[in-house]
Design a protein around this ligand. Structure first.
Ligand SMILES: [Zn+2]
Ligand SMILES: [Zn+2]
Length: 794
């Protein structure tokens, strides 16, 4: 190369263009780059664009390498760098480093999840000398709303629900000051320029503020709660209903007015000291409570003080969260007790986000409402986490977690963009984009009309935010799920995915199992899902990878007496299970002295017997969930009717006697056999021995906690025995077991099963990032559909 050519090349490339991908917008990333570049004495600029952050910088190769090296360590708390790429370019001369304007374009970057108020903002809003003292919408680049206010990308104030609030001079100065925590914090606001809270009486009457002797409208909430009122509060992702959790009368009133029979209420406390009066959080539970996601954490109620039983009837578990926004922090500041903080909706509908609707529809429930004038762009419920075996596991994935992407394992990099529709209950959809799975926040139970409308709105919102153009749509094979119907009507090629295969694939993908890894034994235990043979499945052993699933074993198929009614009324499953093992005459002969015999004898037996005989209204289902219902009903736990899905099983788990579980000899665990179904020859779990032992224990007046422990141990032992039996078969050849399905939210069942499988030499995969229940289904659907398409194009 001639000297002239080399000089020309140097002139052409005097610097580099550095591309940073990941969660780098709306989290204070550009200021962090500015600080770093300024510290290193480099000139150039940093901008947000549709691909993330772009840095153009002048400097030698060594200077540029130093900047790239230090970038991860210098990035702000909410940022998550996925990839940094650099290429030599010519950079126009500049005398300093500056932050450029955003460029709109095809989006490939991330919208961050909402983050709980940070320590610095929390300190400011309680400091009378700060200008944001008691400001309910204080936020900075390290905390505050993101998904809940984002209407389009890039994440800039003009494209959020903060757009109607022009920054005042003071806020603008902070926004422009690269040394400030609020430099380019898009939701920056203060008393002078930002959203304002307002207290209203829902019966239309006027509010006399003198009667509260309070500081402001937010503080008045504390007085109202102390006085036993129910208050509707406009939270981050929707309206919430709040009352004093220590006041038995108001908790009962809230249950009655909200038509919520027994589903547990979530609690919020102003600080950890209040929580510690009711629970003893483990280190993992502390970490979850105080994380930026600040979810509801389910913990054992074992503190020195007790809450009214009506908070979480029959569970022995309570769900606490810390204040998530300055509004919550300020409203609870004077309260030395926990409050119920539940979704603002009548019955089981989605949480209300619209002000006019809230004022109208919550008026019969709450006497007052604390509202404000910032619109909610996305409805987002509070997330729920439970620590099992030292691992925090998401039970409901919503605020603080969605829409953070889950990177799919090795082999999925070339997968085309896809949409997966999820299930019916605890629905969530999933966008697959650039090899990443973006699972939506919890969307509720779609069989409720309003929830389905909301699901479709939310899907549209995500498609805009992620500029998503899928080539195919994955749906559950069920013919009647609203999500499946909606997916089939989309006009795209449809990939139908089996319910239980999707559960197993969700577990594989969140555990990073590569696309081409050997098949595992997937144990998918839940209430019900559409099986490959058109019958109802719910307790399945599948030899599965992402591409295929072969059913090797199952739970015993037992009639669902009354179809959907059997899901709601546990006693129906008790009747069907007992009758599957013995005739009524045998029951009369052997068990007539039992209370459950007399209870079942009073049911409309001729009708039930006709259903069993003809199969009309009594389809067979190999459901693990219904077996738990039947056992719970036998112990008179939630026998007539469940207030929510899984209540009977949750109550059964709650009474498990700890010493029986830990110390009693395994020979007393209830026995299950593993014979083969006539016809298909499929290995199945036969509960006859379990029922005989359980009924025997009832005759002996064995305490219910001991019975519950023996049952849980028996099921875990049967699952392990089945895995060992199937692994020994020719051609199955698995050494890993994946546990999925809603039944594995049961801490006793999960812990016992994992321990036994590991003792038997299996590797065990379980859920933590996505729910084991149907909330994780869409991730599995997306992975299976992607595996199919990657295979086709290869
Ligand atoms: Zn902050
Ligand atoms: Zn301001």
């Amino acid at each position: 190369m001639s000297v002239v050519a080399a000089a020309l090349r140097n002139a052409a490339t005097n610097g580099a263009e550095i591309r940073v991908r990941g969660r780098v917008q709306g989290v204070g990333f550009r200021p962090a780059v500015w600080r770093l570049a300024t510290e290193l004495g480099l000139c150039g600029e940093v901008i947000n664009d549709a691909d993330g952050v772009l840095i153009r910088i002048a400097g030698s190769d060594a200077e540029i390498s130093r900047l790239i090296e230090r970038l991860p360590g210098a990035s702000p708390p909410l940022a998550r760098i996925e990839r940094i790429e650099s290429r030599p370019v010519h950079v126009s001369p500049a005398s300093a480093f500056h932050i450029g304007d955003s460029v709109v374009g095809r989006a490939r970057t991330e919208i961050a999840p909402d983050a709980a108020i940070c320590a610095e903002c929390a300190r400011e809003v309680i400091d009378p000398f700060e200008r944001r003292y008691r400001y309910a919408f204080a936020t900075c680049t390290h905390c505050g709303p993101r998904l809940s206010i984002a209407e389009a990308i890039p994440y800039d104030r003009a494209l959020t629900t903060m757009a109607p609030f022009p920054l005042c001079d003071d806020c603008l100065a902070e926004y422009r000051d690269s040394a400030d925590r609020r430099f380019h914090a898009e939701a920056t606001a203060c008393h002078a320029c930002g959203p304002q809270p307002r207290l209203v009486r829902l019966d239309g009457g006027a509010i006399s503020f003198d009667t509260f002797s309070q500081l402001d409208a937010v503080d008045a909430v504390a007085t109202l709660l102390r006085r036993g009122h129910i208050v509707a509060l406009k939270g981050l992702g929707g309206y919430q209903l709040v009352c004093d959790a220590t006041n038995t009368e108001v908790v009962a009133r809230l249950r009655q007015l909200k038509a919520r029979a027994s589903k547990p209420f979530a609690l919020m406390a102003r600080d950890l000291a209040v929580i510690e009066r009711y629970c003893q959080p483990s280190p993992e539970e502390y970490a979850a409570l105080t994380s930026t996601a600040a979810p509801i954490v389910l913990m054992r109620a074992c503190g020195p003080e007790r809450l009214p039983e009506a908070v979480a009837p029959g569970l022995g578990l309570i769900g606490f969260m810390l204040p998530t926004t300055p509004l919550h922090l300020l409203a609870l500041r004077r309260l030395d007790r926990p409050v119920v903080m539940t979704s603002g909706n009548p019955a089981d509908e989605p949480q209300i986000v619209d002000d006019a609707e809230a004022l109208k529809r919550l008026a019969p429930i709450a006497e007052f409402a604390l509202v404000h004038d910032r619109r909610i762009a996305a409805r987002i419920d509070d997330s729920v986490v439970r620590v099992i075996g030292g691992v925090p596991r998401l039970i409901r994935r919503a605020r603080g977690f969605a829409p953070a992407p889950i990177t799919l394992p090795k082999g999925f990099g070339d997968a085309p963009d896809l949409l997966a529709m999820g299930g019916e209950l605890k629905a969530a959809f999933c966008l697959l984009k650039d090899g990443k799975a973006i699972l939506s926040q919890h969307q509720g139970d779609l069989e409720q009309g309003p929830a389905f409308a909301d699901y479709e709105r939310s899907l549209l919102h995500y498609r805009v935010l992620f500029d998503h153009a899928p080539v195919a749509v994955a749906v559950d094979r069920h013919p009647d799920y609203l999500s499946s119907k909606s997916g089939r009507a989309d006009g795209l090629p449809v990939i139908e995915v089996s319910h239980h295969h999707a559960h197993v694939a969700a577990c594989l993908s969140e555990n990073g199992r590569p696309l081409d890894a050997a098949p595992v034994l997937g144990i998918a235990l839940d209430g019900a899902g559409w099986g490959d043979d058109g019958t109802i499945w719910g307790g399945e052993f599948l030899l599965a990878d992402y591409r295929s699933a072969r059913r090797l074993g199952t739970f015993k198929p037992v009639a669902l007496l009354g179809g959907a009614q059997a899901m709601r009324e546990p006693w129906r499953n008790l009747y069907a299970h007992l009758r599957a093992e013995m005739s009524w005459a045998e029951m009369s002969l052997n068990f007539a002295e039992l209370e459950i015999y007399r209870f079942l004898a009073e049911k409309p037996r001729p009708t039930l017997e006709r259903m069993l005989e003809t199969g009309t209204g009594a389809p067979l289902a190999s459901s693990c969930g219904r077996l738990f219902d039947a056992v719970a009903a036998a112990l008179d736990l939630c026998r007539e009717r469940q207030g929510y899905e899984g209540e009977a099983a949750a109550r059964l788990e709650a009474i498990v006697d700890a010493s029986t579980l830990q110390d009693e000899d395994d020979s007393l665990a209830y026995p299950f056999a593993i014979p083969h179904l006539s016809g298909s020859g499929l290995a199945y779990i036969e509960p006859l021995g379990m029922w005989n032992a359980l009924l025997g224990d009832l005759i002996l007046d064995t305490p219910p906690g001991v019975i519950a422990a023996r049952f849980h141990k028996g099921v875990a032992r049967a699952l392990t025995a089945m895995a060992i039996k199937l692994a020994a078969r020719d051609g199955s050849g698995f050494d890993t077991v994946a546990l999925s399905g809603g039944c594995f939210q049961n801490a006793v069942l999960l812990t016992e099963t994992v321990r036994r499988l590991e003792d038997a030499g299996f590797g065990v995969l379980t859920h933590s990032l996505v729910p084991a229940n149907d909330g994780g289904l869409a991730l599995g659907q997306a992975a299976i559909a992607a595996a199919t398409l990657v295979g086709e194009s290869a």
